[in-house]
Design a protein around this ligand. Structure first.
Ligand SMILES: *Cc1c(COP(=O)(O)O)cnc(C)c1O
Length: 400
């Protein structure tokens, strides 16, 4: 693949994504449910299409992501929920026109705007309030979202009043309630705690005569980026434990469960393939400089995230500590620091693992670097799903 498509190159396994989606669907077989893949984790059109074919719904956060679904899987638009704290009028209109399943509304002001846009079209808008359950989830502070101090959602203590007020609007239909407490959460317990608080709200609303159809438990289930050699990741039992925690919190409630996994479906299905350009020594330190950089995969620079890296064809010799870095002019442009690594030489290929989520999706053209190509592997079939950008692509919107 590296020879055919050059490097840096993202390579994904469609089979693993489908398998992961299936784990959620099987674990929830005893309840009406819809697994809404969080498009922002990896929004490649071909990936959306594959997941839609296997029954996924989708969680989107922009009109751009909705347009992606309309292009890749128009039949799945009725399975879309729209999250995000800053939806614009145009985005709301676009989603109303498309007929999405529901808006996950994050403020009273947004709910008011939604009602007025729905009134203009004389068509009811289905909404869920995204409530903030005030549950702390142990993760990186940039991706923790479930506390009152965060910008996301509506204080759960205000939610009941808002639903009751919204029931008076002709143009709003209370469809459900949603939460999303953060990302890369490795334990099932905070998910159960958040959904338990939501379940209590659903019961209170029943007393007010408001019957919600869905509970959306959000996304955020984490993976193990630190897997040691010979260790394996038991995705099935992780999903099983998670599903049980969420299910238990919903006992006795006749609601459809929505989940919004992003990372868990696609992270481990992807690698970023890079070629070693130089091996250089500065004093005591050894740097392996690759042709991939922080513009291709920013997670290490942004969250100090750890990615395993392996040589594609290991050479004999003793592993020694190196920094694996890219060519971008930033000290933050690294993939690994002081990592024990087998000897490599210029021209060798290395694979940066678990790069399927928040990799290409967060890539940029910093340093005027064209973004990588992407390949999707399905069974024995290899498919280029995004060609490598050219410099002409980068200049195209500019005006001289
Ligand atoms: C980011 C996000 C997700 C997906 O999070 P993952 O950690 O990738 O599972 C789901 N729902 C909402 C509202 C999000 O913002």
């Amino acid at each position: 693949m590296a020879e055919r498509f050059q490097t840096p190159l993202y390579v994904y396994s469609a089979d693993q994504m489908i398998e992961r989606l299936g784990l959620f669907q099987q674990a929830l077989a005893n309840r009406r449910h819809l697994v809404c893949y969080a498009v922002k984790a990896n929004s490649a059109l071909a990936i959306l299409k594959v997941l839609a074919e296997h029954g996924a719904g989708f969680d989107i956060v922009s009109g751009g992501e909705l347009a992606r679904l309309q292009a890749a899987a128009p039949e799945a638009v009725g399975r879309v929920v729209f999250s995000g704290a800053g939806k614009t009028i145009d985005e709301i209109d676009q989603a109303l026109e498309a007929g999405i399943l529901a808006f996950n509304v994050e403020s009273e002001a947004e709910l008011g705007l939604l009602a007025s846009r729905a009134a203009r079209r004389k068509r009811k808008a289905r909404f869920s309030l995204r409530v903030n359950p005030d549950v702390f989830a142990e993760t990186h502070p940039y991706i923790s979202t479930g506390l009152r101090e965060h910008k996301f959602g509506i204080d759960i203590r205000q939610a009941r009043r808002i639903y009751v007020e919204a029931a008076r609007s002709r143009w709003l239909a209370a469809h459900g309630v949603s939460v999303h407490i953060g990302s890369q959460i490795r334990s099932a317990e905070p998910f159960g705690a958040a959904v338990a608080r939501v379940a209590k709200l659903v019961r209170e609303l029943e007393k007010d005569g408001i019957r919600l159809k869905t509970v959306d438990a959000g996304g955020g289930l984490g993976i193990n980026y630190h897997l040691g050699e010979g260790e394996s990741f038991d995705a099935q039992s992780v999903v099983g434990e998670y599903a049980r925690a969420v299910e238990n919190a919903l006992t006795g409630l006749d609601v459809t469960l929505l989940l919004e996994p992003g990372r868990f479906l696609v992270a481990q299905a992807g690698v970023l393939l890079a070629r070693v350009l130089y091996v250089k020594r500065n004093g005591k330190k050894t740097f392996v400089v690759t042709d991939a950089a922080m513009n291709d995969l920013i997670r290490p620079a942004l969250y100090e995230a750890f990615h395993q890296i392996v040589p594609v064809a290991p050479r004999p010799g003793r592993a020694a500590p190196v920094d694996i870095v890219g060519p971008v002019c930033e000290t933050g442009d690294f993939f690994a620091r002081d990592r024990k690594f087998q000897p490599v030489e210029p021209g060798d290929l290395v694979a940066i693992l678990d790069a399927g989520a928040y990799g290409m999706a967060q890539s940029s053209n910093y340093n005027t670097r064209p973004r990588p190509a992407e390949v999707l592997v399905r069974g024995a079939e290899l498919k280029l799903i995004r060609r490598r950008e050219t410099i002409a692509d980068l200049f195209a919107p500019e005006i001289l």
